[in-house]
Ligand binder design. Structure first.
Ligand code: ADP
Ligand code: ZN
Length: 207
């Protein structure tokens, strides 16, 4: 099964992706994580991506589509994968349809009023886990792997505003794109816990 996770920044795509990967043995491919690894490694892709990411804009399609197309040819993607953060606009979705067979688009709905606090309070680990300061009780290390947590450079109010605008204008139209293909399933992430959202996802994936 090949699935797409769709949702605004802060909707909880990454959090649900780790739960889905664990429970359904699907490979988790996050374009945001790939870009951040490139920035950390100082690669050409990283240098290019950084300026866009810091501005809350999308990294150019040619670069992003090529990265995903290549990644999907690896052996570990043969048994099913989950795309987190791709596609993010109509062009990317159309390109994806040329090199992949997507079974389902899982859309995580969220009340926009919650997003600013969720994102600005987010602390992440290099292992992929993310946390919110409100539940860390002062802890500064990852409960899963023990590494030091940090705040993403783009998790600041100005960049978040730009990212939400990018989501609303460019990414949200994909909801209709996948609905018209008959592939859309939606869940709602509200004030409840990540486990409650995962229960909704489980019902969909178990069908
Ligand atoms: P979030 O979902 O919280 O915004 P991501 O880690 O998915 O975070 O993405 C961080 C940034 O990486 C985006 O704001 C964007 O600049 C860039 N990015 C990620 N995926 C894509 C994509 N498919 N196309 C273009 N840019 C992307
Ligand atoms: Zn960790």
């Amino acid at each position: 099964m090949n699935i797409i996770l769709l949702g605004a920044p802060g909707a909880g795509k990454g959090t649900q992706a780790s739960k889905i990967a664990e429970n359904y043995k699907l490979l988790h491919i996050s374009t945001g994580d790939i870009f951040r690894a490139n920035i950390k490694g100082g690669t050409e892709i990283g240098k290019l991506a950084k300026s866009y990411i810091d501005a809350g804009k999308l990294v150019p399609d040619e670069v992003t589509c090529k990265i995903v197309e290549d990644r999907l040819t690896w052996d570990d993607a043969k048994h099913g994968y989950m795309l987190d953060g791709f596609p993010r606009n109509l062009y990317q979705a159309q390109q994806l349809d040329k090199f992949a067979n997507i079974d389902l688009c899982l859309n995580i709905n969220v009340d926009e009023a919650l997003l600013m606090d969720r994102i600005c309070g987010r602390r992440v680990c290099s292992c992929g886990e993310s946390y919110h300061v409100s539940t860390l009780n002062g802890a500064t290390t990852c409960a899963k792997c023990g590494s030091e947590l940090y705040q993403r450079a783009d998790d600041n109010p100005d960049t978040v505003k730009a990212r939400l605008e990018t989501y609303n204008t460019q990414t949200a139209p994909l909801i209709d794109y996948y609905k018209s293909q008959g592939k859309l399933a939606s869940v709602t992430s509200g004030k409840g816990s990540p486990d409650e959202v995962f229960e909704q996802i489980r019902k969909i994936l178990d069908k």
